[in-house]
Design a protein around this ligand. Sequence first.
Ligand code: SF4
Ligand code: SF4
Length: 332
Amino acid sequence: MASRVAFGGIPIMRLSKADAVSVVRGVIGLGVNFIDTANAYGDSEEKIGEAISGIKREDLIIASKSTANDKKTFWEHLNLCLDRLRTDYIDIYQMHHVSSVERRDAVFAPGGAFEGLTEAVRAGKVRFPAFSSHSIPLAMEMMKTGNFAVVQLPFNFVDTAACEEAIPLAKELDMGFIGMKPFGGGLLEDAGIAIRYVLQFDGVVPDPGIERLSEMQEIVSIAEGERELSEEDKKTIDALRRELGAHWCHRCDYCQPCPQGIGISSVLTVESLIKRMPFKRAFMMASDSMEKSRTCLECGVCVSRCPYKLPIPELLKNKIALWERVVAENTV
Ligand code: SF4
Ligand code: SF4
């Protein structure tokens, strides 16, 4: 059984190895046995590997992910993961960010990553085949194939799409459900409300990215306390939904395709990347899409497709301004 909350291993990329090891060991000491990381999270797997060496392997549930499309790269990622985590099996291995039809088709093609995942389960190197996604409709299709034991989707009190159909579906299919971004990628600041909201849903394990032990101490004490949302909490949630709803991108990508090839959702959620990643890595990941977003023609096609009617061209300009400020602060 997994602990009621997971430990998300993105932010430890920003820490020194010694500090990361001490955070991970401290988190485990708090009774959190579920650790989630990914090949794409820089040296996170390696730091976790050092932190858990010497801890009884069966006492931990370790999840990691691969962005590979093809089987060969999938095996490279998995073997590296086993090596870095100093273990001979991973409990939950996820095909990372299967959020577009193109990626879904690539991983399921002959010689694709899914073949690798199936082989890895057969070889005993992976206990539970899984995937993560930002697209709820696509994820639900994949869940229904019966090929996966665990799914990871964004879920917090603003991104509630997952709860409407995907959470009951996971329950019906007896699948594990990892709640990605319980704090909206660092944008929802009231930990009590954010965690209590997710814990209302049985079987959903929130997976917050943690950088300081004090953050996990707070989360664990919230999870161990009164979980019911108070009337006051509900009012705060409604107010935040109203306030954030005007500019909150749910990464559904219904606004695509953009004639200029702008990765709209990546640009609109760049703040979350900045908050979670070391600046150099965020820069590497986002600079091309931020540059491209400057070519917006303000044609409005995306706005007409966005179910939330977000004023996308205006939001792109705001994000470009934010990006310029962050780049300036980090290059002086
Ligand atoms: S308004 Fe800008 S971002 Fe939206 S579709 Fe047109 S060019 Fe693309
Ligand atoms: S801008 Fe709208 S349609 Fe596009 S990803 Fe965000 S929420 Fe979805």
